[in-house]
Structure formats: C-alpha cells, structure tokens
Design a protein around this ligand. Structure first.
Ligand SMILES: C[S+](C)CC[C@H](N)C(=O)O
Ligand SMILES: N[C@@H](CCS)C(=O)O
Ligand SMILES: [Zn+2]
Length: 347
C-alpha cells in the first residue's frame, strides 16, 4: 500500500484538514448541474466552463451556496475548462490560460466572502468547543480527456487505440501546471474513466514536480469496474502508488454502487477515501440530458452516508444533479455523528 511510502507534506495537508473538520469532511455537490438549475445554458462543448466566460457571477453564487450549505471543500469550475477547448472556441492561448486561473480565483473569492460573512455573524464551533472558522479547501477540478470530447466519454472510458499515455500527458500537462500555481489547495482529478488516464496523472505530477497534492476519483457504472471495464482495484492501486495522492475515491456514480466500491478501495489503500455520487440519473451525452432513474432519488442517498462512513470513507459530497440541499443533509448527518477527539479513527 502506498501509504507505507513516505509522503511528507502532501499527506499532512489532508490529515490535518480532516482533523480540523472533526474527522470527516463535506465536499460540495453537483456544480455544472447547479449552474444549469440557475438558468445557465451549458449545452456546449465547454459545458460548465462556458460560464467562466458568460456568467462568472453565477459561478461565485453556486460556490457560495455550497459553502452556506456546509461544504468544507469546493471544486473549481475547471472540470471541462481546457486550453484546447477554449482555443477551439476562438480564444487565444493566453486568454484560455487566464480563464483557468480565473476558475480558481472565483472559488477563492467565494471562500473570502463566506469567511467575511462568518466573521460578521455566527461562528462555527470545532469539535473541541473552540470558536473557529470552518476549514475550507479549494480543489482545482481536472476532468478527463473524455470530458473534453464533450460527448459523455467519461462514461465509456474508451479513447481508441491512437490515444496513448503520452497523448493524455500532453493533453493535460499545461492545464495541470497552471492550476498547480493558481492558489488552489489541491487538484481534484475527477470522473476518471480508465486506468491509462490515472497513470498519466501520476506521471505528470511526478515529472512536472507539481507541488500541491491531488485526489484521484474514479467513476463506475457497475460497482466493480471503471467504465473502460478495468477493475476499480487495479485503478486504485495506481492512485495509491502516487506520493502526491492524498485521497482516493469515487464520484459521478450511482449511489447504489458506492458501498461495494468503498470496500474494494479499502483493500488496496489506507489513504482517506472520498465519495461524491451523482443523483443516480443517467447522462445522455449526445443530447446533454439527464434521464431519470426509477431506482434512486436524491434523498435516498443521504441515508447511505453513515454506512459509507462505517466502511471507511472520510470525505462525502455529491456530483451531478445533487444540490445544496443534498450537501446540507450530508453536513447534518456528519455533525450529528461527529466523534469526540479521542474516538477519531485515522487510517
Ligand atoms: C460528467 S458528464 C455529465 C460531463 C459532461 C460531458 N463531458 C459533456 O460535455 O457532455
Ligand atoms: N465537478 C464537476 C464534476 C462533473 S462529473 C461538477 O460538479 O460539475
Ligand atoms: Zn458528475
């Protein structure tokens, strides 16, 4: 297990953060779909990143809504913000790079606004009873190459024989360099659909000397494999081997699969486990529409959080089509069950 490898400053960021949060942290909810709920038209190859150009005020609003709902981690609007995608829209490389930096600034500004509001009003109390500001980290979102393809390829994980690990490294390199120097606390590699892309991220972090930590979060459509058909265990081993990885987990996956996936992750890592499922609805990537699932509704998912915690997960949030209500409910479950310091369990 990689946690036996010396990880130094990277791992202490997450350990200290979780300790300050009382052992468990709340991640925000669906970002793009929340922009959409507020009227943004993101049926576009840039998806949510379009709002960095057209409606940055809405980006700030959604971040603030999640902070007000109890989030300890907010993810930037950079999931589908790629230099290649912006250039295809006619922007210059300089402007594309500025928009990437802007995504992080907007999250940091929202955190500032939130802290100022807290200072003027009520204070949170930490688990030892001292008044404190709630710890909040900004995670720079990096969506997969499949996200850039803008056809829902995150859920197929099949990029074809011409896309090698080097192709993926070249695709992500400049974006990762920029986000690492943008003031974000960590990088969130999200909705990873195959093992090759996880390997590309591990190599990039090492080769580029990226000096902020990262989490690796995979997606699954069956609770056993990632969309490419490779086993989640094999993918998690890749992430676990990365010294800069401070959490490993699952996102944008139907809630019903999360329990078994946590058990699989726990077999191969002692790093903190992060889970932020979607609502259970299914994405139609061609028409950019969500199709309702009869099996799950958003409210069902919060009732699973305690069990996911028992299986060893430490960070909980939501992905597509979850809302600030979901996050408020998760925060409530965690605060009701928050352990006293002596009972804190770290892996
Ligand atoms: C996680 S999926 C819902 C993201 C959107 C997709 N890359 C698209 O552009 O349609
Ligand atoms: N952080 C992204 C993930 C999409 S799968 C979002 O919430 O829009
Ligand atoms: Zn999602």
């Amino acid at each position: 297990m990689g946690s036996l490898v010396k990880e130094g400053a990277s791992s202490s960021l997450m350990t200290e953060f979780l300790e300050k949060c009382g052992g468990y942290a709340v991640v925000d909810g669906g970002f793009a779909t929340e922009l959409e709920r507020h009227g943004a038209d993101i049926k576009d190859p840039l998806w949510s990143a379009k709002c960095l150009i057209t409606s940055p005020h809405l980006v700030t609003k959604v971040h603030l809504d999640y902070l007000e709902s109890g989030a300890n981690i907010i993810l930037t609007a950079s999931y589908q913000a790629t230099i290649q995608g912006f250039v295809a829209k006619g922007l210059s490389v300089d402007d594309a790079e500025s928009l990437l930096r802007r995504s992080v600034e907007l999250s940091c500004e929202a955190r500032e606004i939130f802290y100022n509001r807290c200072n003027k009003g009520s204070w949170d109390f930490d688990h030892v009873g001292k008044a404190s500001l709630r710890p909040v980290l900004v995670a720079a979102s990096v969506g997969s190459y499949g996200a850039y393809l803008a056809d829902g390829s995150e859920y197929s994980g099949v990029y074809g024989e011409y896309v090698s690990k080097e192709t993926l490294k070249d695709f992500h390199r400049r974006r990762v360099q920029i986000l690492a120097k943008s003031g974000a606390n960590l990088i969130a590699f999200e909705t990873i659909p195959n093992k090759l892309e996880a390997e590309a991220y591990v190599d990039l972090l090492e080769e580029e000397g990226i000096d902020i930590p990262a989490w690796f979060s995979f997606t699954s459509k069956d609770g056993v494999t990632v969309p490419s058909g490779e086993s989640i265990i094999e993918c998690a081993k890749v992430a676990d081997s990365c010294k800069k990885a401070v959490a490993i987990g699952i996102n944008c996956t139907a809630p019903r699969y999360i329990h078994d996936l946590i058990i699989s992750l726990r077999q191969v890592t002692r790093k903190p486990i992060i889970v932020y499922p979607n609502s259970g609805e299914v994405y139609d990537g061609l028409n950019k529409k969500w199709i309702q699932s009869e099996e799950e509704a958003e409210e069902d998912f919060v009732s699973y959080v305690s069990r996911w915690k028992e299986e060893g997960a430490s960070l909980f949030g939501g992905c597509c089509r979850t809302t600030p209500n979901t996050i408020r409910a998760i925060a409530k479950v965690l605060s009701c069950e928050s352990p006293t310091p002596s009972k804190l369990k770290f892996w």
